[in-house]
Design a protein around this ligand. Structure first.
Ligand code: GTP
Length: 383
């Protein structure tokens, strides 16, 4: 009977747990410890085996949730090195612990010092070295391995980051332009976790587009879901801003901001979070152009959007940025009716290709300088 009750309770609890469990995990804290070095054997000058180390390897498709599930107590220990013995003068090395983590993970120590940035497949780093084996230098006593607490912080890597306030139409655009299937509803904060879609082109090239939800005024100060999503923008190469042409009001307690004020507010949020974000190339989409009156608003605000510094003085002080964005392109669209979506697709591709070309030139220049330094003045002339 007791068993039956236990079983029934378990079966009623699990759906609720599953419902409340946040499905997107982007930070994880682990305790890692390298193996102890084995002891040496003074009589024969035997050397103990080195302790194994703990290392992380980035794997495409892996998630932090999988890591958390595989390490129940969030502790990882490598095994100790073998002691030296009469039969084995050199003790065997301890076994390493390999932990697979998602691509895009940054590893920090307790003092928030960056230990490694695993931003490509198969990138790896040692997070806890093994202790040295006992030998003459340490009185034949093996040393303990390194031990520390590490924080894994996942920052998504996408070519394009979609930046906009709630209800602007980010999910609708993502659905229209890519293979993603986000949830769409007529109320703010429908999207509660980052969504990534892939845009495919006829020449088989594809680019990734991340919808970064939860951006509101004050997000830079961690208001709302603040940094949880803003941090993902850092890893994108291009920012795609999207605003509702009719403006946005977060709640009846907040002021209604028109489309131009929203652009300034987005500008200010990024500036306060990390001013270097303003240096990224950016495009602007003015959404919901299918609605009545949209064309009139567009005609009125377009000149001010083309040069944001012009209307800065009239912008409400609380959303006034000190440095304004310069959009490379401005496109009025209707995400709902898929109007001008193919143009957005083309423009994204064009801008990213241009960026890649510029990067190629920079990389070439760096390589040339490195070669010149290595070969020196007596080597062959590098042109
Ligand atoms: N008329 C019109 N409505 C649109 C358009 N794009 C989106 N909407 C509507 O605007 C509402 C919000 O759209 P979403 O795509 O969920 O907006 P979001 O920016 O993802 O919102 P959050 O999930 O809160 O971040 C929905 O009711 C959409 O149907 C458009 O081009 N025209």
């Amino acid at each position: 009977m007791v068993q039956l009750f236990k079983y029934l309770l378990k079966s009623t609890k699990s759906p609720a747990r599953a419902h409340f469990r946040p499905s997107f995990l982007d930070t994880l804290r682990l305790t890692v410890r390298g193996g102890h070095g084995g002891n040496g054997l003074p009589k024969y000058g035997g050397v103990g085996g080195q302790g194994g180390c703990v290392y992380f390897v980035a794997k495409e498709g892996h998630t932090l949730r999988k890591v958390a599930q595989s390490l129940k107590d969030k502790r990882v220990h490598a095994t100790s090195g073998e002691d030296s013995s009469k039969l084995s003068i050199f003790g065997r090395r301890g076994g390493d612990q390999r932990i697979e983590v998602p691509v895009g993970v940054q590893v920090y120590d307790e003092q928030h010092k960056l230990l490694a940035d695993l931003n490509e497949d198969e990138a790896s780093c040692i997070v806890a070295g093994g202790g040295t084996g006992g030998c003459t230098g340490n009185n034949f006593l093996g040393r303990p391995g390194e031990s520390r607490i590490v924080n894994l912080d996942l920052k998504l890597i996408a070519d394009v980051g979609l930046v906009g306030f709630p209800n602007a139409g980010k999910s609708t655009l993502l659905k229209a332009i890519s293979n993603a299937k986000p949830k769409i509803a007529a109320y703010p904060f429908t999207t509660i976790r980052p969504q990534i879609g892939t845009i495919e082109y006829s020449d088989l090239r594809s680019i990734s587009l991340a919808d970064l939800p939860g951006l509101i005024e004050g997000a830079h100060a961690n208001f709302g879901m603040g940094h949880k999503f803003l941090k993902h923008i850092e890893r994108t190469r291009l920012l795609l801003f999207i605003v509702d042409i009719f403006g946005f009001q977060l709640s009846p307690r907040h002021p209604h901001r028109d489309c131009l004020a929203n652009i300034y507010a987005l500008n200010k949020e990024l500036e306060l979070y990390d001013p270097t974000l303003l240096e990224k190339p950016c495009l602007l989409l003015l959404n919901k152009m299918d609605k009545e009156g949209a064309q009139d608003i567009l005609a009125k605000v377009e000149p001010s959007i083309r040069d944001l510094s012009v209307g800065l003085a009239e912008c409400p002080e609380e959303v006034r940025p000190s440095r304004v964005l310069k959009f490379e392109h401005i496109l009025p669209i209707s995400a709902k009716n898929a109007t001008r979506i193919s143009q957005v697709k083309k423009q994204l591709r064009k801008t990213l290709d241009e960026l890649a070309e510029e990067q190629l030139v920079v990389d070439g220049q760096v390589l040339k300088e490195q070669l010149q330094q290595r070969v020196g003045i007596r080597g062959p002339k590098i042109t």
